[in-house]
Design a protein around this ligand. Sequence first.
Ligand SMILES: Cc1ncc(COP(=O)(O)O)c(C=O)c1O
Length: 499
Amino acid sequence: MDRTTPNDTPEPIERSLDPENWDELRVLGHRVLDDMIDYLQTIRDRPVWQPLPESAKRLFSLPLPVGGSGASEVYDRIRDDILPYPTGNIHPRFWSWVGGTGTPTQLIADMVISTMNATGLGFDEVASTHVELQLLNWLKEMLGYPAEASGLLLSGGSMANLVGLAVARNRMAGFDIRQQGISAGGEPRMIFYASSETHSSVRKAIELLGLGNESLRTVPVLDDFTIDATALREAIKSDRQHGFRPACIIANIGTVNTGAIDPLPLLADIASAERLWLHADAAFGAFARLSPQSAALVDGLERADSLAFDLHKWLYVQYDCGCVLVKDSKAHRNTFSVLPSYIRSLDRGVASGPLNFSEYGVQLSRSFKALRAWMGLKSEGVQRYAEQIEQNIRQAQYLDQLVMQHPELELLAPTALNIVNFRYVAKGLDTQALDELNAEILMTLQERGIAAPSSTVLNGKFSLRVAICNHRSRREDFDILVENVVAIARELTGKVASR
Ligand SMILES: Cc1ncc(COP(=O)(O)O)c(C=O)c1O
């Protein structure tokens, strides 16, 4: 067989994806940074939301580019056809779902994150590992959670609930669930208790953990949308009598619909008396802890065995960033640890980092998302965050009062924290007509780019739902909201202003 010697082969052309002209990239980079800062600085002047025009949508039906058109040309498309159509959560009058705003400072962190392109393994002895560990320690300190707890940054509250509940499941099973699987013969069904106001991610987690929905006992709520602790106690008793294995209580520290906070000290007492795991979904409510006036509302948070919360909601961190903390770090690690030879740490060199984050969650490689929050906290200081959170709580109370004082508006839930639920009421309309009217009001508000609350249904009534995790909102924004809700409603009902 003929073999060509290295000397006979022509020198291969080897390329990289680095730019051929770094100066061109530098010019583009400076231009983009200027554009982004201008964009954020003038965000208030733009509509909260606007639909994508057909001209922009055409971009998304173009075929796979075989040859590239260059970064500068592509950026022009982004600037004209993508940037003008955000969700809106960077705007001062966006209050949908539990959308966080992010901060301009973190834009700088994003450039560093992208440049370093860290792998987030933890067992790599690199600065990103230490940034994340320090951030986790700061978070525990901010929330008053035990310092010895283990923690992990992940994509958001949904993943944090999944990880926390996985630890609960494995710890409470009473047998080796990792080895035998959930269907080990003859074991009683584990039961997890949560109020009917619990976020859907908890149900998803229960399903994904192989427990099945029959393992999720939905407990009714009281008039203020907090869990009915008496019903909870009865359910646990009844389940024991029926041969089930009560395993975990899931507390809501801020329900998604109304921001209701379950009675944590009471739930912690029940969990301890019944020897159950206490998991808290504190997706946004956790940071009420920072507000001197509202911290007491979340007393007992530190008693949860596992705590799920988001930094991208009420810590104003850019998406995505959630966190799970687990008091029993051994149980946490025992749930996820798999250490094949190719990811074992060594005594020295790159792989000599302090821990392997993959032993605490599902992911192996992770982005360096910790840097955004770390930079935000270091730049502003935690005191500024506390003030912003306090401001949002006061704004919710202000809106609550605006609604209460207006004869054509009706509050649909107590304002427990930073979420206000209300609707427009017109005499002579039945529930269905009022639901349709309020849905129309909401869509019109959004289509006109005025404001973006979201919606939910409370006690069978369609509600305009205003969740305030927005550091850009001002009182005047809530005046604008109320004025426009009423004006649009009158327009829709053909009613002439009578006041
Ligand atoms: C109470 C609660 N739990 C969990 C989640 C899910 O969080 P994420 O969207 O970050 O996955 C949310 C989101 O709004 C929430 O409000």
